[in-house]
Write a protein that binds this ligand. Structure first.
Ligand code: ATP
Ligand code: MG
Length: 585
């Protein structure tokens, strides 16, 4: 392959695009790999499309190698199957819905569990046909609330999605393991620095779902890891080690005036400042207070219910963790109107006694797992300007349940070994998920089992963010001058830059390019005449091909300069030896 810069459809930009939030977005646009069409919608230009196809190729090869078979579904899908699994409504505003000329409903596929399930149901009927893994590499559509960071979170993007079909749980476990192994090969080949984190809490079974995160400070996903035992989990999946219940001999709960203390900080200050509230053993801390927050939870069918959450006052509720807990419902902080409907809820002074399904309010009341029986708290007094002290869980109030919604912080105890957790950020590039029988049940995918009885098939679903990977790799591999592609995905193996006014460097560069092409190398040749060396060097660094060869001034000494874009190393190589030298890199 030989690409000539003189005719390549490419314009590099000197300036950063104004809307670029992260390095990959900035560099992929400046280097002319992608162009924005609308929010979260991008076109791929020649070099960018090559990188995308290289990622696709690695993914395809490893999926084929593990025995999955490639198929291709339409992106335009009928409503009916999604109606049967409930996802037509569950997806809420997250999918693009449209109508045909006969007023029938369609959607643009956000993911394809339904279609794969129906296809297998169409053709297979016996356990002997299983196991089966099918995949596709396809454009997906999601009307993301916050398309951001260029192709990292698009509204149209390329995903590899695969689905496994098994007759029993052991089969599913094997299919899951095969996908996991294939993903490890894919991300290793792509040169990615990644971690595998569990994505569901223990309740669903240890390895029911795992995410592959590209380590990256600008990533949207926060995960917790424990260096002591190797535990790593998405924050949504981190569980709180439950402290032992306490037996408390604290005095009866008492209501106190706490002037000007509508916030936790103010409450702690007042409690430490007023002699009648002060603690004798130590100062009050935010963690001694129980912060109550009111949320509105809206189910996919539109029912709106209030949910009160109690967390230790030194912690916030993490919306992502809360969203994961209430999914598929939506959740948002309750508004003035919600408080108005419950006059017994005094904003800023809400206390647990008026909450709980058993209370008159009927509002569901859940607490952080740290709020165990016997522990003692300071909480709102349900009267303006007052708080209740020495409120004991189990004695003075009970919650309906516990919830994992409080933020996870560095230093929190590891759920598996209790050592302190560390927090880090990443970009989700893959997700493997033991779906189980949910979709097969809804769509009635059954096969005859060994005894001739009908068995509901059990499924796994596995995604790789193919287009997102292009950006994730760029996030991990760049410097302030431009992109630095790993060899496996680079749009070319060698970038030859010819400089000068004479023909000689151009002739030598052409010969070198031809020699490399013969050896199977993919070459990008900067054969532009009348473009200054400075511009060419800058472009070569911006474009990010890992090996750059400069054919220019040093030709008088019979050498070309070979630069390694990754290490920055430069070596002179004799013109005659250059093809051999570069075939080895
Ligand atoms: P996220 O949490 O980032 O929204 P998700 O959990 O909704 O992703 P899945 O449904 O598991 O994503 O999709 C499989 C893969 O597709 C993800 O691991 C991710 O790499 C990729 N992906 C998902 N949404 C997008 C998007 N909007 N743009 C680009 N890639 C995406
Ligand atoms: Mg996911």
């Amino acid at each position: 392959m030989l690409l000539r810069m003189s005719t390549l459809f490419l314009r590099t930009l000197r300036e950063d695009p104004a809307d670029a939030e992260v390095p990959s977005h900035r560099l992929l646009q400046r280097a002319g790999y992608v162009r924005r069409v609308a929010p979260g919608i991008f076109s791929w230009l020649p070099l960018g499309y090559r990188v995308l196809r290289n990622v696709e190729r690695v993914v395809r090869e490893e999926m084929d190698a593990m025995g999955a078979q490639e198929v291709h579904f339409p992106a335009l899908l009928p409503r009916e199957p999604y109606e049967r699994t409930g996802r037509w409504t569950e997806y809420g505003d997250g999918i693009f819905r449209l109508k045909d000329r006969k007023d029938n409903d369609y959607l643009l596929g956000p993911t394809h569990e339904e279609m794969f399930t129906l296809l297998v149901k169409d053709l297979y009927s016996s356990y002997k046909d299983l196991p089966l893994s099918l995949y596709q590499i396809q454009t997906k559509y999601r009307d993301e609330a916050r398309p951001r960071a260029g192709i990292l979170r698009g509204r149209e993007f390329v995903m590899k999605d695969s689905y496994s079909f098994d007759v029993d749980d052991e089969g599913l476990a094997a299919s899951y393991a095969a996908h996991r192994a294939a993903y490890i090969k894919i991300f290793d080949r792509l040169g990615l620095d990644y971690v595998i984190v569990s994505a569901t809490s223990g309740a669903m079974g240890g390895s029911a779902s795992e995410e592959f995160l590209a380590a990256c400070d600008t990533g949207e996903d926060t995960y917790a890891r424990c260096l002591a035992c190797g535990f790593a989990a998405n924050v949504e999946a981190v569980t709180t080690p439950v402290p032992a219940s306490e037996t408390s001999d604290s005095p009866a709960a008492h209501l106190e005036d706490t002037p000007d203390a509508p916030t936790i900080d103010a409450l702690v200050n007042v409690s430490n400042a007023l002699p009648n509230l002060r603690r004798l053993d130590r100062d009050w801390e935010a963690a001694d207070t129980l912060k109550l927050l009111l949320f509105a939870v809206t189910s996919p069918s539109g029912d709106r219910d209030l949910l009160a959450i109690g967390v230790p006052g030194d912690r916030e509720v993490d919306m992502k963790r809360l969203e994961a807990q209430v999914y598929p419902a939506n959740v948002e902080p309750a508004g003035e109107a919600d408080f108005a409907r419950h006059p017994q809820f005094v904003k800023g002074y809400l206390g647990p006694q008026v909450l709980g399904s058993a209370s008159a309010s009927g509002v569901r009341f859940v607490v952080d797992p740290r709020v165990v029986t016997g522990t003692r708290w300071v909480a709102g007094g349900n009267e303006f300007g007052k708080h209740t002290y020495d409120l004991v869980v189990g004695r003075d109030f009970v919650a309906d349940a516990t919830i994992e919604a409080a933020e996870v912080r560095a230093g929190d105890a590891c759920p598996s070994c209790s050592q302190p957790l560390e927090m880090a950020r990443g970009i989700e590039v893959g997700h493997i998920f033991s779906l189980g029988r949910k979709f097969a049940k809804a769509l009635e995918l059954t096969v005859d089992d060994e005894r001739g009885e009908q068995a509901v098939v059990t499924m796994g679903s596995y995604g790789v963010g193919v287009s997102r990977l292009v950006a994730a790799i760029a996030e991990q591999s760049h410097d302030d001058r431009g992109l630095i592609w790993p060899a496996a995905v680079s749009p070319a193996d060698v970038h030859i830059v010819a400089t000068g006014k004479d023909d000689a460097p151009f002739d030598v560069a052409e010969k070198l390019a031809a020699g490399l092409v013969l050896r199977g190398k993919r070459v990008l040749l900067d054969d532009r005449r009348g473009v200054s060396p400075g511009v060419k060097f800058n472009d070569s660094e911006l474009l990010g091909v890992p090996v750059i060869v400069v054919v220019g001034k040093r030709l008088v000494d019979g050498v070309v300069e070979v630069k390694d874009r990754r290490s920055g190393e430069r070596v002179d190589v004799a013109v005659d030896a250059a093809v051999d030298h570069l075939t080895g890199v």
